[in-house]
Design a protein around this ligand. Structure first.
Ligand code: ZN
Length: 259
C-alpha cells in the first residue's frame, strides 16, 4: 500500500461533503432504531448525539457502555465516514449500550481545517472550555452515565501508518494488541519508536498523563477524568487512500467491541 505523498505541512487529500455525510448518518441511525439528540445547533449545523439501547441484557452482568466520537478535527475525513460505516454495518454486541457522536466539528469540515470557524483546536478545549460547542458537548456528557470504554476517531496527516493511544490506568484487559492485529491486514501500522514526540511500540502509545499538569485537555483526557477508565484514541494515516483509512478505523472499533 503506497503513500499518496500529498500532505506537505498539512492535510491535502480528499475532502467530504459533511452535510451529505451527516444526512446519511442520521438516516442510518434511524433505520437501525437509534435515537438522536441535538445537543448544540447553529444556523448551518446540528450537533448530534446518537444512542443505541442494549437489545438484551445478561442478568449476571451489566450491559457494556461504549462511547464513540468522531470529527473533532475538520481535516480528518475518515473519522465521520467511519462513524457512518459503523452505523450502517450495525454489528454490535446485543448487550452493548452505545453513545455515538458522529461529528464534533462540522464547520471545520466545510473549510478542511483542523480547527473550528474561530481557529480553535476543539481537542484542546476540554479543561477550560471556550467554545459554545465544547461547552454543549461537556454539558451533554455530564448527563450521561459512566462509560466502560471510549473511542475517539482521528487521523494524522504525517504518520507512516495507523497507531493508537491507550488509556488504561487500572490495568484492565487491554484491547490494544487486538486492535493492531486486526488493522494490520487492512492498513499499514506505524512502527516508529517515536510518534508525535511520544514513545511508541508496534503502533501503540501508552502516554503517562497527569491531567492536573496539563493546561489544555483533549476530549480523551476529560473522558478519562470524568467518565471512563479505559479508552482508545485511534489515528488513521491520512496520506493513504481514504477508503483504507475508513476501513482502519472501523476495523479498530470492531476489534475491541466485537470480540
Ligand atoms: Zn485529530
Amino acid at each position: 500500500m503506497k503513500r499518496l505523498g500529498k500532505n506537505h505541512g498539512r492535510y491535502y487529500g480528499e475532502t467530504i461533503d459533511i452535510h451529505a455525510v451527516l444526512r446519511d448518518t442520521e438516516a442510518a441511525a434511524k433505520t437501525h432504531g437509534w435515537t438522536s439528540e441535538i445537543f448544540h445547533e447553529t444556523g448551518e449545523f446540528k450537533w448530534l448525539a446518537l444512542h443505541r439501547s442494549p437489545l438484551s441484557t445478561i442478568q449476571s452482568r451489566p450491559s457494556s457502555r461504549l462511547y464513540i466520537s468522531a470529527g473533532i478535527h475538520g481535516d480528518e475525513p475518515a473519522a465521520p465516514l467511519a462513524a457512518l460505516k459503523l452505523l450502517q454495518q450495525n454489528q454490535w454486541p446485543n448487550d452493548a449500550e452505545i453513545f455515538l457522536l458522529p461529528c464534533l466539528n462540522p464547520v471545520g469540515y466545510t473549510h478542511n481545517t483542523r480547527e473550528n470557524e474561530d481557529g480553535v483546536d476543539l481537542n484542546r478545549d476540554y479543561r477550560h472550555p471556550q467554545t459554545a460547542s465544547t461547552r454543549a458537548h461537556i454539558a451533554w456528557l455530564k448527563r450521561q452515565p459512566k462509560f466502560d470504554l471510549y473511542f475517539c476517531l482521528h487521523e494524522d496527516w504525517e504518520s507512516h501508518g495507523f497507531y493508537l493511544y491507550e488509556q488504561n490506568p487500572d490495568d484492565k484487559p487491554s484491547f490494544a494488541d487486538k486492535i493492531i492485529t486486526a488493522v494490520k491486514p487492512v492498513c499499514p501500522v506505524d512502527l516508529s519508536e517515536n510518534i508525535e514526540g511520544r514513545e511508541a511500540q508496534g503502533g501503540i502509545i501508552r502516554p503517562n498523563i497527569a491531567p492536573a499538569e496539563r493546561p489544555q485537555w483533549p476530549e480523551a483526557v476529560w473522558l478519562l477524568v470524568q467518565k471512563a477508565r479505559q479508552g482508545y484514541t485511534l489515528e488513521a494515516p491520512s496520506d493513504f487512500e481514504l477508503p483504507v483509512r475508513v476501513d482502519a478505523l472501523v476495523t479498530a472499533v470492531n476489534a475491541a467491541v466485537n470480540f
